[in-house]
Design a protein around this ligand. Structure first.
Ligand SMILES: Nc1ncnc2c1ncn2[C@@H]1O[C@H](COP(=O)(O)OP(=O)(O)OP(=O)(O)O)[C@@H](O)[C@H]1O
Ligand SMILES: [Mg+2]
Length: 478
């Protein structure tokens, strides 16, 4: 009997606790309780306060204030503050939170709880940081360092990206808003992940490179046939890192000095890109860049500061006939091969362009691929794009093009197909497809030629040469 009563009492206590908890949550009394506990905790500890004013003693902007502002507004706990301002962000459906005056935001760092208060006195704003005295020595320095890193990262991601192009020895810039990203490019998932983590590791490795006495630079060679996504991949990298792009057109560079000057003028956190390096090297009438000038440029020694990070990306259709010195380890760190389509990449394109994951024509397409026919993703993508209103028609046109390609050169080189494809895009009767299919056409009036060259939707190479296809390696680190 006693045991039964005991169980009954325990059961009633549990129910009661549950109801109290429910009541506290429903009425938000839990927050009152939490604040009360925090208030007691604040009172029994001695705090030290640090003020970060908006302006310094000369009335100039205090850079630290700006960083703290970015940092505090990015804290998740800002949502718990009593008053928060809401603004629309960069994208139309973005909402940005910003702390109201005299509001408190909590943050934790290395296990210590700190407070930020957004003060306004007369017209001067400041942030006040409150840290418990016992934690100050341990966390203040690393915490401020942490704020620097996070706010730099936020600023970097917010800035408008630019594409810089050299013309007559000088840089010209246009906004860079290429939509390509790692989700839209059809390459093997492992390759994407490897490249992403390689980039992320690189940008975090300043100290490591410094310790090794090496220039903080990473270079990539993207090679493969025309229309396989090399330029789109560069744009995806720029968007992934939020880096500007400096596109070096070597044919516009007069000599080594000009090349060095242009390199010197590039800024940190940017991609230095040389497209079609193989074409430039094979040109009979090359500009005045000497072979050693080119090698020094690729080594990136003459950047404005060797402690700033540099990512260099070179593209080629083929590595065949290229001097080994140019591609040696240390000069080119990572080689990435961009192949023509196989059945798997075709299926990814069909899913992206047509929203089709399975189709009765797929077995036929697979068979044709197995027979050795192939085309570039650009060619297949364009056929799908112009026929996107009817997936069956799109797939039939891909089948016809693949069959014609297989009957033709058999190399998959795509020159003929590309020309036919371009004709089909340009003569498309649908107004929407005429604009989109000729993405370049939509840009023609507004965007410089080099821009279209770099990121055009379907550009035919002037130097179609047979490609070396080492299919076994997608990404090779040297
Ligand atoms: N792997 C791919 N995944 C998705 N789309 C692709 C892929 N490859 C090419 N495309 C599409 O084809 C078009 C041309 O691609 P891109 O310019 O990136 O090719 P490229 O390899 O740089 O060609 P080129 O050697 O002629 O400069 C782009 O609009 C892109 O959307
Ligand atoms: Mg390209």
């Amino acid at each position: 009997m006693f045991v039964v009563n005991l169980f009954l009492i325990i059961f009633l206590i549990i129910c009661l606790l549950f109801l109290v908890r429910l009541f506290l949550h429903r009425t938000a009394l839990i927050y009152v309780l939490k604040k009360w506990v925090e208030g007691i905790d604040d009172r029994i500890h001695v705090h030290q306060q640090f003020r970060v004013p908006e302006l310094n003693e000369n009335g100039q902007e205090n850079q630290l204030y700006r960083k703290v502002l970015f940092y505090v507004n990015s804290l998740a706990s800002i949502e718990d503050s009593d008053y928060t301002n809401l603004f629309s962000g960069k994208e139309s459906n973005d909402i940005v939170l910003s702390l109201e005056d005299d509001q408190i935001v909590h943050d934790t760092f290395l296990g210590a709880r700190v407070l930020w208060v957004n003060k306004i006195e007369k017209i001067h704003r400041s942030f006040v940081l409150k840290i418990k005295k016992k934690d100050k020595r341990r966390i203040l320095k690393p915490y401020l360092q942490h704020i620097h890193t996070i706010s730099d990262d936020i600023e970097q991601r917010r800035k408008e990206l630019k594409l810089h192009m050299n013309n007559n020895g000088k840089w010209r810039s246009v906004p860079f808003n290429h939509p390509s990203n790692f989700d839209t490019i059809v390459v093997h998932i492992d390759l994407k992940n490897k490249v992403k983590s390689d980039l992320e590791n690189f940008v975090k490795s300043k100290q490591y490179y410094h310790k090794l006495g090496r220039v903080w630079r990473r270079s990539y060679l993207l090679y493969g046939p025309s229309g396989t996504g090399k330029s789109s991949f560069i744009a995806a990298i720029a968007n992934f890192l939020s880096y500007d792009v400096y596109n070096f057109d070597l044919s516009q560079v007069s000599d080594d000095d000009n090349l060095n000057l242009l390199l010197f003028q590039t800024t940190s956190k940017s991609l230095i890109v040389v497209e079609d390096l193989d074409c430039y090297i094979s040109q009979k009438s090359r500009t005045g860049i000497s072979p050693s000038g080119l090698l020094n440029f690729m080594d990136g020694i003459l950047c404005s500061s060797c402690s700033d990070e540099r990512i260099m990306i070179f593209t080629m259709n083929s590595k065949e006939g290229i001097d080994f010195d140019l591609l040696r380890p240390g000069r080119i760190d990572v080689h990435i091969y961009f192949p023509l389509c196989d059945f798997n990449s075709f299926k990814c394109l069909a899913s992206n362009y047509l929203g089709v994951k399975e189709h009765k024509l797929f077995p036929q397409v697979e068979e044709i691929f197995q027979g050795g026919a192939t085309m570039s993703p650009a060619e297949i993508g364009e056929l799908m794009l112009v026929n996107r209103s009817s997936p069956s028609r799109a797939l039939k046109s891909v089948i016809a093009a693949l069959q014609a390609n297989g009957r033709g050169s058999g190399s998959g080189g795509g020159g003929n197909v590309a020309t036919r494809l371009r004709d089909s895009v340009e003569s498309s009767p649908s107004p929407s497809s005429a604009t989109e299919g000729g993405g370049g056409a939509a840009w023609k009036g507004t965007v410089p030629k080099e821009f279209r060259k770099l990121y055009g939707l379907l550009l035919l190479k002037s130097c179609n040469r047979p490609e070396s296809l080492d299919h076994d390696s997608d990404m090779i680190e040297r």
